[in-house]
Design a protein around this ligand. Structure first.
Ligand code: ZN
Length: 243
């Protein structure tokens, strides 16, 4: 059974919704509900893993009720919230009590760095501090172990995986689209769910079939080279232009 990890950020109708609206990554609540309906109707809904990055307040105000309404986690479905430690209690972001609310509702809590700086740009000492501090900050809030992490910006490779495993994480989530491959233990691929994704394309990506899947992989591969050559700051501008 190939697990598919789906990557969300905020769930927002528009810029007036609670949290930080993003024109690319904010998925409308009605559409998110449709996507959960689709997952629940699949033969093995438990192979889909819904994840959220950054810790936007809409994770608890909007996503959590919809997840619970669709029978998570009782139906074997799993959701993980990757929360940036340094963003907690900032305006529009989850507060400490919200992180506990998510954990108490049966949701998994994962780390997403302290500063949201890109780990692959950091020296070893800074990298280790981000891994260690973000894990400890969340464990302090929820009172249990945090053993998964999502790379800020999806940036990272072998060094980041080695260091994350050494720090006590078991899973490191990137943003290479596609199902998990078993070649790299601990490494998790993810599919970015964006605002404009319609029902048919969502189904194709979640099932990893057809041209939508091939295009997602191609686009990711095409962006990997300029990412290395340009450095992350200039790459961000190129990516924004291509989105
Ligand atoms: Zn992020």
């Amino acid at each position: 059974m190939r697990r598919m990890h789906l990557m969300y950020h905020g769930i927002h109708d528009d810029p007036t919704s609670p949290g930080h609206f993003d024109p690319v990554y904010s998925v409308a609540p009605a559409r998110f509900a449709q996507q959960l309906d689709w997952i629940a109707a699949q033969e093995c809904p438990e192979r889909f893993h819904v994840t959220f990055d950054d810790g936007d307040i809409s994770n608890v105000t909007t996503a959590l009720p919809l997840l619970l309404g669709h029978g998570l986690p009782e139906r074997g479905l799993c959701a993980t919230f990757f929360i940036t430690g340094g963003f907690i209690d900032r305006p529009g972001m989850l507060r400490r009590a919200d992180v506990r609310t998510l954990a108490d509702a049966g949701m998994r809590i994962g780390a997403h760095g302290m500063s949201h700086g890109f780990l692959e740009d950091m020296d070893l000492e800074s990298l280790r501090r981000e891994l260690r501090d973000s894990k400890a900050a969340l464990e302090d809030i929820i009172g249990r172990e945090v053993d998964s992490m999502a790379l800020p910006g999806g940036r990272g490779g072998a060094r980041e995986l080695d260091e994350a495993l050494a720090c006590g994480y078991r899973d490191l989530y990137g943003s290479r689209p596609g199902p998990d491959d078993d070649m790299q233990p601990g490494w998790r691929n993810r599919i970015a769910i964006t605002r404009e994704l319609g029902a048919a394309k969502f189904a194709a990506l979640a099932n990893w079939s057809g041209p939508a899947a091939r295009w997602a992989r191609l686009r990711h591969g095409a962006l990997a080279v300029p990412k290395r050559v340009l450095g992350n700051a200039r790459y961000q501008r190129l990516r924004a232009a291509l989105t």
